[in-house]
Structure formats: C-alpha cells, structure tokens
Design a protein around this ligand. Sequence first.
Ligand code: SF4
Ligand code: FES
Length: 315
Amino acid sequence: MIKVTIDNIEVEVEEGSTILEAARKIGGKVVPPTMCYYSKLRDTGGKCRTCLVKVAKGSAKDPRPMPKLVVACSTPAQDGMVVENTLSQEVIEARKGVVEFLLTNHPLECPICDQAGECDLQDLSYGFGEGESRYEEERRRFGYNDIGPYIKINNERCILCYRCVYLSAQLTDKRLLGVLFRGDYAEISTYINAAVENDFSGNVIDVCPVGALTDRSSRFKSRVWFTKPYDAHRDCPKCAGKVVLWAKGDEVIRITARKDEFGEVEDFICNECRFEKKQVSDWVIDGPRHIKRQSVISLNHYETINKLKETPPKD
Ligand code: SF4
Ligand code: FES
C-alpha cells in the first residue's frame, strides 16, 4: 500500500492506483470531476481534461513538484505524493478554461434538452463556467442522423468523450459506434448508419455525460425533476434486472440503470428492461431511490412522499 495526500487528507491506496482512485476513496469534494473517464470501461480517460490536478510533491523519494497540471484519471499515485485539487487556484483556473473549451461547440439548449437536471456538463458549468461566452464563431452543425428506434443522437451536444465508443466495443458483441472524421468535423456515428440493435446498446444513453445520446421512448415526456426515481428489479435472463424507474404519478416515464455517487452505472441493463417494460406491474418495487450525488433530483423530497401504485397495462 502507498500513502497519498489530497487536499490535506491522507489516504492509503494500493500501488498502481491513479490519483483519481485515491481521491474517490476519500470521497466528497476532494474528487475531481470526470467527463470521459469511466471506471467500468477499459481505456477511458485522458480526453476531456476536467480532472486536472496539481502535484505539489511528486513522491517521498523525489519530492519535486510536477511542472504542469496532470490528469488525475490517468496519472499513477506515488508513495508520499501530495496533490491539490480544490485547494489550488491554478487548478480552478484551468478547470474554468476546460469548461469554456467544452462549451465552445456545445449548444446552450438546456431548457429543451432531456439531459438537463442530470447533465455532467451542466453541473460543471454551474461550478466553473462563466456567465457569458466569448465564442463568436458559428457552432458546429450536423445533419439528421437516425440510429434506430431506441436512441436519439444529437451530435451538436457531443463532447467527444468516447465513452459510448468504448462501451460499444466492450459491452456489445460487435462494434456499433465510432468517431468519424477528425478535429472540428469529428462526429459519433454508427459506421454504416445502421440501427443500433444490440441487446445492450441502450447503455450508451447512461454513460453519455451530456444530452448527445438520449432515450427516444421518454423523449420530451417530462423534466427529470418532475419525476420520482424508484429502485426496482425483475428476474431478467439477459441482465441483472436492477433498474431505476422514473415515474410521474403512477406512470413510468423512463427506465435507467442504477448509478453510484460518481454518476457511473452499477450494473449495465439490457434493452428489454430499459425500453420494453414500462408497466409498474413488470417490476418488483424496492422503494424510493436515494440519489447519492449532488443533484437537482435529490432536492425533491420524493423519498418521503407517495408510493408507486400498480397500474393495469395500457392496451
Ligand atoms: S455521444 Fe456522448 S458518450 Fe458518445 S462521445 Fe459524445 S458525449 Fe461522449
Ligand atoms: S476524466 Fe480525466 S481527462 Fe477526462
């Protein structure tokens, strides 16, 4: 085991752990935000730069500070390392710059975006964004892209974190999504614009940190803060069958996988559970979902009010 100090808090982690893993072990505000890293997917990280931190002391053996800010998600922690995240003004300034950069092409259409209220970029902008944009050039625009009946893609909103690409490569049995072109033209697409039909393809919706990939079956049905999340499960032959039902009154608006305090999916779920089982009677309700991360949803006091009732299936 090695000892690392982050924002004056010491923690012990296994050798080979990254700075981010050490920060997550401490938890709370010490954890740098992440827009591309996803612990459940291999090779993610190193793309968005939101997790930049300052290494004030390299290690016990070599105490020199690192000359530049480093990405917490891909930099190995060393024994005796001292890291600054929230305590470093340099980090705060750099993060503001990264947010501004991520927002250069991202349209500010939160009022009409289904992801609003649970969007990582929205949260990041509240924390580090400026009130005004300095960007004067025209934002990127893409043509209509149909990737099937379940998932809606809005390439304008994509921040090219590559999570959906890694998920498609690692979770489904054939690679579905990829990045076409490069630089300003880069866009997420199915290679031949074929419908994304694989049983686990819907998980790209949950890993997308912004509203670039959204659920067609619940599109524009409700703002997320008007819905109430319930843990539910069913005996599913394809996946763990553990989900969150997002209900408005007694109507199930949307079904997602369960996410942890870092916003990452606990168990990936199949498309049948996600898109086809929209009746309360399809599920065993475990109770209201406690949203562990800071979120507009957790302000709703939904945990103390009403219970979801079974409704007869609609014809
Ligand atoms: S569509 Fe979403 S998950 Fe995929 S690269 Fe873009 S932002 Fe990331
Ligand atoms: S989360 Fe570390 S670079 Fe994106």
